[in-house]
Design a protein around this ligand. Structure first.
Ligand code: SF4
Length: 504
């Protein structure tokens, strides 16, 4: 198929259904396609102009989503389907156009992955089949969450291991342990040789999409299932073994460490959770990867990923708009331009995101979200920024991750304690502070680390509510030991003003 000129398919077939494929449902064995028939079903893709132009998406992300969808549409044509890849003002208009052309046929789609698209398609009378892009049906998660007093991911994860029979025997965990987290927090290694990273070379479709966007993509991300499977194999061969112990480390010499780089493909459907988990478990069973690493990877997929998706649907439609700490600061300029900050950690992390729309979960949490939290940045502005700038940032991932875990805007519904950290912690866990003009140990003075100053200022600003939280009380009482609290409050105001103006 042409990558640039979507045309109405030249066929006279009379179809019985229109199968609508959102750009995050790209799998022939899942959703509405698994029972589709090339003789009676027309497959419709809609590239929404509003979706593409309505927000400041990272061009790497737009490129990835559109090129993956175009490749997938071509694959369906090879398999005998008639495909209409349509550019329209928005999705409803695209579906209405398809109905106008092909008749008032039933339109079928797997349950969308966001609340907004679900409501939009339901209003058009689209028929949904179950969303099986996750290993946990939504009702099953709902039942689990309803039975919990607090939503502890570890409890969900253990139940998943048993339910799915993964790394368990007779209900007991492999090697007697559910969790290797305590062993998996090694600091950045010294004089370590990182394996080569896989590059994904561009084909004609990629080049056409890139030209349309006026963007030169990196070679970091694949846009086909074959490429995604190559990435999986590369991870299994070169990275899985070292993944666990170093999963939380942040180094200066390697941006992806041993991370799998599979999340974009899991989130757009090119590969599935069950196949990546089965492949990792097989490596363990063959004695080719240690349990410490395999368990860490399995936890990310059947634990965290499924938990976050489940919570997105469980927490309700109002959850996205919560602002429990009444945070009102407009998004800092450094999020839009890494050159507007002198903080080495933030500059490095944001520049990684600028380059390839990705950084791993610890910089996201410890640097970016932590900064948004302690500066009192408006949660929805920060959420939108994360949605737009990260290649794997779907709505279902980002809403619980930011509103709940990242900036504690939900009053503790998801996590009982905010993830706030000062410079000393960042210094311990990363290599950023050595190259920084600020001093992580200082909280006052011109060279005080902004994270350290703002960490204490954040506790001070919210001490009345946090002192009632038994998990926070010790941190809040730490304020009593500060003899320089008046100066710290003054310095915090200077830091916040400097960050607002792009001077710090
Ligand atoms: Fe970041 Fe502070 Fe360390 Fe600088 S000193 S790199 S601002 S944590």
């Amino acid at each position: 198929m042409s990558a640039t000129v979507p045309i109405i398919p030249d066929v006279t077939a009379s179809f019985q259904r229109i199968i609508f494929i959102p750009f995050d449902h790209l799998n022939v064995d899942r959703g509405a396609l698994k029972d589709a028939n090339p003789k009676t079903d027309l497959v419709l893709f809609v590239q929404s102009k509003r979706m593409c132009a309505g927000r400041t998406w990272h061009p790497e992300k737009l490129f990835f989503l559109i090129s993956s969808a175009r490749h997938f549409a071509a694959l369906l044509e090879e398999r005998g389907f008639t495909v209409w890849f349509l550019e329209a003002e928005n999705t409803p208009e695209g579906i209405t156009q398809a109905r106008g052309h092909w008749g008032a046929l039933p339109v079928v789609c797997a349950e969308p992955s966001s609340r907004r698209q679900s409501a939009q398609l339901a209003e058009l009378g689209v028929q949904f089949v179950a969303n099986d892009f996750f290993v946990t049906p939504r009702e099953l998660f709902h039942t689990w969450a309803k039975s919990q007093k607090t939503f502890v991911m570890e409890n969900f994860y253990r139940a998943q291991r048993v339910r799915l029979n993964i790394l368990v025997t007779d209900g007991a965990p492999e090697e007697g342990r559910w969790n290797f987290d305590a062993d998996n927090r090694l600091p950045p290694p010294k004089e370590y040789t990182w394996p080569e990273r896989l590059e994904h070379h561009r084909d004609e479709t990629d080049n056409d999409v890139a030209a349309t966007l006026g963007y030169r993509p990196t070679t970091t991300w694949a846009t086909t299932r074959e490429g995604a499977l190559r990435q999986l194999q590369h991870f299994l061969d070169y990275h899985l073994e070292g993944f666990g112990p170093l999963e939380d480390a942040v180094t200066l010499d390697e941006w992806s460490l041993h991370h799998s780089l599979l999340s974009p493909y899991l989130n757009n459907g090119l590969i599935t959770a069950d196949e990546v988990v089965a492949a990792a478990v097989e490596k363990y069973q063959a004695g080719e990867a240690p349990l410490q690493s395999v368990e860490a990877f399995v936890r990310q997929i059947i634990g965290w990923r499924e938990y976050i998706n489940g919570m997105y649907w469980f927490l309700g439609s109002d959850y996205r708009e919560l602002n429990g700490l009444d945070a009102k600061r407009p998004l800092l300029p450094l999020f839009g331009d890494s050159s507007t900050t002198k903080m080495n950690c933030v500059k490095q992390v944001v520049s990684h995101v600028e380059k390839r729309a990705w950084t791993h979960h610890i910089p996201r949490l410890m640097i970016l979200s932590n900064l948004a939290l302690i500066t009192g940045t408006h949660p929805q502005q920060f959420l939108d920024w994360m949605r737009e700038r990260f290649i794997d940032a779907t709505e279902w991932v980002m809403v619980p991750n930011i509103i709940g875990m990242g900036v504690h805007a939900d009053g503790g519904r998801l996590m009982t304690k905010p993830y706030a950290a000062g410079g000393a912690y960042i210094n311990r866990m990363t290599q950023f502070c050595k190259g920084c003009q600020y001093d992580p140990k200082k909280r006052v003075g011109d060279d005080a680390c902004p994270f350290t100053t703002l960490y204490w200022d954040f506790l001070d600003r919210h001490k009345d509510e946090f002192v009632k939280n038994h998990r926070m009380a010790r941190q809040v009482h730490g304020l009593d030991r500060l003899t320089d609290l008046p100066e710290l409050r003054v310095r915090a105001k200077e830091v916040l003003a400097g960050l607002d103006e792009g001077r710090i």
